[in-house]
Design a protein around this ligand. Structure first.
Ligand code: SF4
Ligand code: SF4
Length: 468
């Protein structure tokens, strides 16, 4: 007896029974939602291309400078010392995502996620332009290997992937660096050139091959859906009370005694779905709420002269005939938490002075014994200039025990706006001062413009010998 390698039933919409990938070619369904999604998508694409070029007072509006750990959001630059502020901002962002999901379901996935926006309104239309809009026509051309239509499609994809990769990287390196890279030979900046190639390749791979797998396999958001949604959250849902018992027109003619619902089992909602699922099976993790099935079904219902909305924006409770409630515990709790986090951000922001000083121990060993017997501590004074102007910072030793000295090659440093400057100083201490206690010194950092910071620093030296 031969053993079949096929699964007993269909497990995933994108997987054939033999385990190979079921390549999806969703049929385009134009309707009310598609029209508005397309308009919104092009608005988002325009914003995405424009944002890295906008500057406020010479500063980029958005810049995520990862190597220097400087993040500019809405023209405000956060330095590594602004951990608390960034934490509050991240918390506010995630809580807002939770709130939006609790209320509007996966509206983000269907309307605003770059994966959906680019796939459905940029890459897919190009595919339809070159290979035809009918799935069977696309399949025929794609099965012919290197057909000129497929080659033209992939060539356009590469150009688009390059544009998207350059724009994406502009958010991380800024437009000035990007312009420089683009106008110079790649041999002058091999590393950035390699990164650009890598990102272009990743964008091409994603939209030419990986496609819906990004939503189904990679993106964690869909997986959190079950905990972020409640039964009152908005979903795209099929109304089984109205649609069932489903039956094709031919079946209806034959089985006159069956009371059929409005669903004529035409499959239009399935063939249009970019993740290949059947919405009539109920709420599924794969559904990205793209509304394609609403447009497809509405078209059928209009043709049949029946009311639209067999598939519609609804909630699980509404589909079960229960009352729609706007106020639910999580819809109240999330805004309260967001308010709390924003208050924390504002308070922290108000305490943010013109500069932040950090004293960091340096050197291979915690301290060194000098030839004269003194103990030397090497300290890095890191100054984060949180203002929009350059400042010259002067460093001195303000409070110290007798005999302690500060030796510094330079005692002042000029730090640009939203930059960090570091000065290295050496504190020498007579060894006898370590016999009874740990000496503490106080630095003084001034900028001549009102800053007068006095951070303390605990010195390290040999421990007193027991019994002495
Ligand atoms: S089921 Fe409908 S809303 Fe969900 S992904 Fe498929 S087409 Fe989009
Ligand atoms: S498009 Fe509407 S009528 Fe056709 S199968 Fe889907 S739910 Fe039924």
């Amino acid at each position: 007896m031969t053993q079949s390698n096929e699964a007993p039933e269909k497990v995933l919409a994108t997987l054939n029974k033999d385990g190979s990938r079921n390549w999806l070619r969703p049929r385009l369904s134009v309707g009310f939602f598609h029209t508005w999604r397309r308009r919104f998508a092009w608005f988002l694409i325009f914003i995405f291309l424009l944002l890295p070029h906008i500057r406020i007072g010479g500063e980029a509006l958005f810049l995520f400078d990862i190597p220097n750990r400087r993040f500019t959001l809405f023209g405000i630059t956060f330095l590594p010392t602004d951990t608390l502020l960034l934490l509050f901002a991240a918390l506010a962002f995630f809580l807002s995502v939770f709130l939006i999901t609790a209320m509007l379901g996966r509206a983000w996935c269907g309307w605003a996620c770059p994966q959906t926006v680019y796939m459905e309104f940029l890459f897919r239309p190009i595919e339809r332009m070159f290979e035809g809009s009918s799935p069977s026509q696309q399949k025929r051309i794609q099965s012919q290997g290197l057909h000129w239509r497929s080659l033209a499609k992939y060539f356009t994809y590469i150009i688009l992937a390059m544009v998207l990769a350059h724009t994406f990287l502009a958010y991380f390196v800024g437009t000035d660096a990007l312009r420089q890279w683009m106008t110079q030979s790649p041999f002058k900046h091999p590393q950035p050139f390699f990164i650009m190639l890598l990102v272009t390749g990743a964008v091409f791979f994603d939209f030419a091959y990986f496609r819906e797998q990004t939503c189904l396999v990679v993106c964690p958001y869909g997986r959190f859906q079950s905990v972020l949604l409640d039964r009152q959250s908005m979903i795209v849902g099929y109304d089984p009370n109205r649609g069932e018992t489903r039956g094709k027109v031919s079946k209806r003619k034959k089985e006159k005694d069956v009371e059929f619902g409005d669903c004529i089992d035409c499959g239009a909602c399935v063939t249009t779905c970019p993740t290949g699922i059947d919405i009539r099976d109920g709420l599924q993790m794969e559904c990205i709420n793209c509304t394609q099935c609403i447009d497809a079904c509405d078209k059928i219902m209009t043709k049949l002269d029946k009311p639209t909305g067999l598939i519609r924006y609804t909630s699980q409770d509404e589909l079960e005939g229960k009352k729609q409630k706007f106020l639910r515990p999580r819809v109240v709790l999330y805004p309260l938490l967001i308010l709390l986090v924003i208050t924390g951000f504002i308070i922290t922001w108000n305490y943010r002075s013109g500069a932040k000083i950090q004293l960091v121990r340096q050197g291979k060993s915690p301290y060194r014994i000098l030839a004269g017997g003194e103990v030397s501590n090497q300290v890095a004074v890191a100054i984060s200039n949180l203002t929009k102007k350059s400042h010259k910072y002067k460093i001195e030793l303000y409070k110290k025990d007798k005999g302690i000295k500060m030796i510094a090659p330079v005692k002042s440093i000029t730090v640009g706006p939203s930059k960090i400057g570091t000065l290295t100083v050496f504190i020498t201490t007579p060894a006898k001062l370590f016999e009874k206690k740990t000496p503490v010194v106080q630095f003084r950092v001034t900028d001549g413009a009102g800053l007068d910071a006095r951070p303390e620093y605990k010195l390290i030296g040999p421990l007193p010998i027991a019994g002495n």
